[in-house]
Design a protein around this ligand. Sequence first.
Ligand code: NOJ
Length: 542
Amino acid sequence: MRVMSGSPWWRNAVIYQVYLRSFADGNGDGTGDIAGLRSRLSHIRSLGVDSIWINPWYRSPLRDGGYDVADYRSIDPRFGTMEEATEMIKEASELGLRTLLDLVPNHTSSVHRWFQEALSSPPGSPPRHRYHFRPGSGTDGTRPPNNWRSVFGGPAWTRVPDGEWYLHLFDASQPDLNWANGDVRAEFREIIRFWLDRGASGFRVDVANALDKDPLYPDVSSEQDHMIIAAEGADHPFWDRDFLHDVVREWRSVVDEYPGAMLIAEAWVSSWERLALYLRPDEYHQAFDFRFMLLPWDPEVMKEAIDTALAGAASVGSVPTWVLSNHDVVRHVTRYGLPSVPDARDWLLDGDRSLLDEEAGLSRGRAATLLMLALPGSAYLYQGEELGLPEVHDLPVEVLDDPVWDRSGHTEKGRDGCRVPIPWSKSGESFGFGSDGSWLPQPEGWGGLSAAAQEGVPGSTLELYRTALEVRRTHLSGDESLEWVESDPTVIAFRRGGDVTVLVNFGQSPIPIPQGRILFSSDDLPDGMLPADSAVWVARAP
Ligand code: NOJ
């Protein structure tokens, strides 16, 4: 399908995710901030992306990295000021970069004024109705109202001094809002407007699939796992329930008042049939489909996931979104350097370090990038992947900050290893991240991966990303079609726009490259062959 001129910007966009506290530290307190981001906007611009998405920067105790918002209309002082935020959005826009923010509607921080008001109000009062307060179970109410578990581990309920319990699907410092409450609904319409008025181009919506809770609060049955993605259909007591779509329609009507603004859902659902519901014309513009990101380095399952995503998105006139890494998962060059079993997250805790093949992981990660950027739809890059940063798997447990570590009873190491501050320079204090340390320790030798070390170096991962994005713009932006090319089962091969053939070699030996003009490849091509764990883009010979 040819892209119509006037097609919305996001359909083919590449969006760069900024995890602000680990990006660049402008004021030397060890935490990344808006000043640091402003000083590095040129780096993002030089990649050739269309937009940035900034993880929550609102006032927050940072118990969950800012996904515990205390005030949705202010900037956390550690990150800067409102003035700096609006200046940043303006500067980015002058560089041709749109800014997406992170909307966190499922829960507030427990220090949010609403929750504080709820705590000091009696059971049954209107302030309590903005959250999910329930009496406990058991004869004296000392047991939680039901068996729901927090995604981070442990019960999803915490008791307050007057005996009631409140719901938190994440940390106890993140009480869930009640979306059946009129105040909550009105408030978020205004929050959306507040940021769009300040120049934001839309929102990535956090936990978009959990806004509705069954008002009867039934136990989760044994078949209905607590895992986010396990909910099948619309009958789970808190995942992916149908009522939440009413809320989305309200937001969409506000967003539609701002030309070019968009909403993308973080919605972990069981199937494309369910995901497609979020993409109806009056709901989200896009939804993350994380299946591709979760797959091992395997051509068969990856091809299948691509096909499913293309068909699913097409069924609602949308395009897929592709992601390899983000702030919640083990970085992809590390994932691909591990055998598919055990799960990389389990391996972080106490896995056999000799299982990790760093060289293969990097080659595969680079090839996966070429694969992803050749696919129709939009792609989300996570800061540092353009430097080939691996997961920092050996962070000492004393420095771990992710609530998952404690809430899982120290059985899951959590997500800090993909959040280690970016190395900008080859040497010096925190490799150029800031002037006085970094909130998570960077590994020795991190300078060799820094932006400065890779700048202008042919074959570096940084230059690979820049070239890939440039070639994508030149050759792949005018068309949304994909045609599979028959190939060996150890190869993924397809044609885009009738012009570019993409080949990814998952096998052990080099394979021949089709005739044509080689646009670029993820690796050298000895003897004109595509080595194992590599990808190439070839244009039809003129
Ligand atoms: C998803 C976010 O990506 C993650 O970082 C956060 O912990 C949870 N939602 C809870 O807000």
